[in-house]
Design a protein around this ligand. Structure first.
Ligand SMILES: [Zn+2]
Length: 475
C-alpha cells in the first residue's frame, strides 16, 4: 500500500462513516474510526504518519486519548485562514470573470447563490463559481488552505448526487509529496491523481487565449527494476479537453488506469520471472544431477585405476624381488664362471706343461736310452735319478719300434703283392659294381676265403641272374 492508497482508504473510511456503514471500528468500543495523519511530521518534510482515531463525539472508550491541539497551533491556523481569504476571493473573481466572458455559460453564479439538492431535502451548498456550460454543470471550488476531509468528502458527495462536475482549483501545487498538504492529497488522490492549478501564468494565458486554461498535474506509472515507479507530469488543458467519470468528476489523465496497467505489467514481469526462475532451477537441477553423475563415473574410474595401479605395483614389487634374486644369481654364476675359467686355465696350463714335459721326456729317453742315467742332464734341467723311468719306458719304446718294423715287413711282403694280384684281374664295372671272372685255381679260392666281405662268388649256373644282384663285388 503506497501513500496514495492510504489517502484513498482515508477517503473510503470517511464516506462509509458518513453513510453510517463503517468499514473499520474500534476493537474496544465498536465505534467507527477515521484515518488521520501526523501533521507536525509533515511540516518537517518527513514521511506521513497515519493512524486510526476515534471520532470526537466518542467519550466512553477506555483506549481513547483526548489529545487537544495546543492553543497556539489553533490560533495560528485561524490567523492563516484569515490571511489567505483575500487571495481566495481574488482567484474566485478572476475565474468567474474568465468563464463568464469567454465560455458563454448558460448559467453562472460567483459565490452568490446556493445550489439546492435536487431531491428537495433542503440541503444546499454555495460553490465558489457555479456554471452551466454546454449543458454540463460545473462547481469550481478554490482550495488554498487546509480543509477537513469531512468537508471535502461531503461536498463531493453532494455534487455527485446532483450530477454536477466539481473541479477543485489550486493556486500552487508542489511536486514533492512530502510537502504537499494532506488536503491536496485528499482532493487529487481520489480524482485519479489529477490536480488542477490556476496560477498567475494560467490566468495570463486564459485572458490572452480568451479561454480558461488550467495546468493539470497527474501521475504516470511505469515498471522499473521490479518496482512500480511514479512520475509527476503536467500539461496545460482547457475544459474541452477534460474527461468525466461516472461520478461526473473531471480528469485529464486516468492515472488509476495507468497504475493498474503498470501493476499488470509488473505482475506479468513477475510471472515471467517466476517461470524463468522455475526454468533456471530446473536447468540448475539437471546440471547438478549431470555433474553428480559425472563425478560418480569419474570416481568409479579413479577407483578402477587405483585398483589397477595397486595390482601393477604389487606385480612390479614381485618383479623387482625376482630381479634382485636374478641379479644375485647372476653374481653367483659370474663368480662361479670366473672360478671355473680360472680352474680351466690352470688345467690347460698344467696340461700344456705336462704334454711339453712328456714330449721332452720321450725324446730324451729315446736319445739316451743306451746311456747311464744317474748324472745326466735331463729336459727338466735338473740333475736327478730317472733310472726308474728309463727301466719302465725304454722297453716299451723298443717294443713300439719293433712293431713298426714288423708292420713294414708285412706290408712289403704280403699286402702289396695281394693288391697287385687283385689289380691283375680283368675287371668290368657295371652299375658301380666291379665284376671279374675268377680262374678255377686253388690260390684264388684262398683269397676269397680271406676277404669274404669284399669278394662274393657267383657260380656259373647262376650267371643268368648276375645282373639282378650284386653278388660278385670287389671294392
Ligand atoms: Zn474505542
Amino acid at each position: 500500500m503506497d501513500s496514495d492508497d492510504i489517502v484513498l482508504l482515508r477517503r473510503r473510511l470517511r464516506t462509509a462513516n458518513r453513510e453510517g456503514k463503517p468499514i473499520l471500528v474500534c476493537a474496544e468500543c465498536a465505534t467507527k474510526l477515521e484515518l488521520r495523519s501526523n501533521k507536525l511530521s509533515r511540516k518537517r518534510r518527513e514521511k506521513d504518519y497515519y493512524f486510526f482515531k476515534h471520532y470526537k463525539d466518542v467519550n466512553e472508550c477506555s483506549i481513547k486519548t483526548n489529545s487537544r491541539l495546543p492553543i497556539g497551533v489553533l490560533l495560528a491556523r485561524k490567523y492563516e485562514n484569515v490571511k489567505e481569504s483575500i487571495p481566495h476571493i481574488n482567484l474566485k473573481n478572476h475565474l468567474g470573470y474568465i468563464i463568464e466572458h469567454f465560455h458563454s455559460p448558460e448559467k453562472i453564479s460567483i459565490d452568490n447563490k446556493f445550489y439546492f439538492d435536487k431531491s428537495g431535502n433542503g440541503e444546499k451548498r454555495k460553490p465558489d463559481v457555479y456554471a452551466l456550460i454546454n449543458g454540463r454543470e460545473y462547481a469550481f471550488e478554490i482550495q488554498l488552505n487546509t480543509t477537513f476531509l469531512s468537508v471535502i468528502e461531503e461536498r463531493e458527495a453532494f455534487y455527485e448526487r446532483n450530477d454536477v462536475s466539481i473541479i477543485w482549483i489550486f493556486k500552487y501545487f508542489p511536486l514533492e509529496e512530502e510537502i504537499q498538504r494532506l488536503t491536496q492529497k485528499d482532493i487529487y488522490v481520489p480524482n485519479r491523481l489529477n490536480a488542477f492549478v490556476l496560477d498567475d501564468d494560467m490566468l495570463d494565458l486564459s485572458i490572452k487565449q480568451k479561454k480558461l486554461h488550467l495546468k493539470v498535474f497527474y501521475k504516470t506509472f511505469s515498471v522499473d527494476r521490479g518496482k512500480i515507479c511514479s512520475q509527476w507530469k503536467n500539461k496545460v488543458t482547457t475544459i474541452e479537453n477534460l474527461n468525466y467519470g461516472d461520478n461526473y468528476k473531471p480528469f485529464f489523465y486516468d492515472s488509476f488506469a495507468d497504475k493498474e496497467k503498470a501493476k499488470q505489467e509488473l505482475e506479468r514481469i513477475q510471472e515471467e520471472d517466476r517461470i524463468k526462475q522455475v526454468r533456471i532451477q530446473k536447468i540448475r537441477r539437471q546440471e547438478q544431477e549431470r555433474l553428480a553423475e559425472q563425478k560418480r563415473i569419474k570416481q568409479q574410474k579413479i577407483l578402477r585405476c587405483r585398483t589397477l595401479i595397486k595390482a601393477i605395483q604389487s606385480e612390479l614389487d614381485l618383479l623387482n624381488e625376482k630381479q634382485l634374486e636374478l641379479i644375485k644369481d647372476k653374481e653367483n654364476l659370474k663368480y662361479k664362471i670366473e672360478t671355473l675359467q680360472a680352474q680351466s686355465q690352470e688345467i690347460s696350463e698344467r696340461l700344456s706343461d705336462t704334454v711339453s714335459i712328456t714330449g721332452k721326456m720321450y725324446n730324451y729317453l729315446k736319445k739316451y736310452s743306451g746311456q747311464p742315467w744317474t748324472y745326466m742332464s735331463n729336459p727338466l734341467d735338473k740333475y736327478c735319478d730317472i733310472s726308474s723311468i728309463k727301466n719302465k719306458f725304454c722297453e716299451r719304446i723298443k717294443a713300439i719300434d719293433n712293431t713298426k718294423r714288423e708292420i713294414k715287413i708285412k706290408l712289403e711282403k704280403e699286402i702289396l703283392p695281394r693288391k697287385t694280384l687283385i689289380v691283375e684281374f680283368s675287371v668290368r664295372n657295371i652299375g658301380g659294381i666291379e665284376y671279374s671272372i675268377i680262374p678255377p685255381k686253388k690260390k684264388y679260392e684262398g683269397l676269397v676265403e680271406k676277404f669274404p666281405k669284399e669278394i662274393k662268388v657267383i657260380d656259373t649256373k647262376d650267371l643268368g641272374t648276375i645282373f639282378e644282384s650284386n653278388c660278385l663285388k670287389y671294392a
